[in-house]
Design a protein around this ligand. Structure first.
Ligand code: KIV
Length: 273
């Protein structure tokens, strides 16, 4: 099967990702939110599966990632971990579960780990959330950081435009990345920032940096699975490469089914008992 890593079925760990960075091997990461998709994604050789809070958009049809709840993220992450053998599974901590009180953050983090069986958590933000990240790390839970365009802060930004183009925001991103690396995050996502800045950050910290709309110099790439498979017709940012047009394939297939049912062609003699 294309892309299936038959010779490399060892479970991906945070340590292995670190080694991949050191040896210059690129990391492939994609989102998944359900069992069937995660099975395909894992089988195709993706190294890291992110149960992203983008489930709020792709699975629930919300405009932003803010409405998704802890219970809903746990449901999605549990469905994914049931399917996965090889990939490292990272679950997003949803909006409101780690920003208020570090003690609450670690309680919520423990709940996600216990109830889903995922391998690590991802939190959006820099120095502001270091106390929460520290407690979560102290509980033995690996944390992936996320800087640049952080969709949980969309109401503060007011736009999905490229972040950190100006000096001040770029400087803050640099120092946030340093701080997340120094405190012990095992990896960092950089979303929608200039490629030059992403390269600089990638080269300045020892942990793997995974980019989305951050150019080709990061240690790996992540995309939302519905976008890269062409299931969302209306979303086409510059950074997105579409590997299929599932919207068209699915619409045609379903349309054909409707035609066959209505014409009496389905089921035929061989499709009945
Ligand atoms: O929720 C998500 O899908 C993400 C990726 C865009 C990195 O955070």
């Amino acid at each position: 099967m294309a892309g299936y890593l038959v010779d490399d079925t060892r479970k991906v760990t945070t340590h292995r990702l670190f080694e991949m960075k050191q040896s210059g091997k690129r990391i492939a990461m994609l989102t998944s939110y359900d069992y069937t998709m995660a099975r395909i994604v894992d089988g195709a050789g993706v190294d890291v599966i992110l149960v992203g809070d983008s489930a709020s958009n792709t699975m629930a049809g919300n405009v932003t990632t803010l409405p998704i709840t802890l219970d809903q993220m746990i449901y999605h992450a549990r469905s994914v971990t049931r399917a996965v053998n090889r990939a490292l599974v990272v679950c997003d901590m949803p909006f409101g579960t780690y920003q208020v009180d570090p003690q609450d953050a670690v309680r919520n983090a423990i709940r996600i780990m216990q109830e889903t069986g995922c391998d690590a958590l991802k939190l959006e933000g820099g120095v502001e959330i270091i106390p929460a990240i520290k407690l979560i790390l102290d509980a033995g839970i690996p944390v992936m950081g996320h800087l640049g365009l952080t969709p949980q802060s969309i109401n503060k930004f007011g736009t999905y435009a490229v972040r950190a183009k100006e000096q001040e925001e770029a400087d803050k991103l640099r120092s946030d990345a340093q701080a997340l690396s120094e405190i012990g995050c095992f990896a960092l996502v950089l979303e929608k920032i200039p490629a030059k800045l992403a390269r600089e950050v990638t080269e300045s910290i020892p942990i793997p940096v995974i980019g989305i709309g951050a150019g080709g110099a990061t240690d790996g790439q992540v995309l939302v699975i519905h976008d890269m498979l062409g299931m969302n017709q209306g979303f086409s940012p510059k950074f997105l490469r579409r590997y299929a047009n599932l919207f068209e394939i699915m619409t045609d297939s379903i349309g054909q089914y409707v035609t066959d049912v209505k014409s009496g062609d389905f089921p035929n003699e061989n499709e009945q008992y």
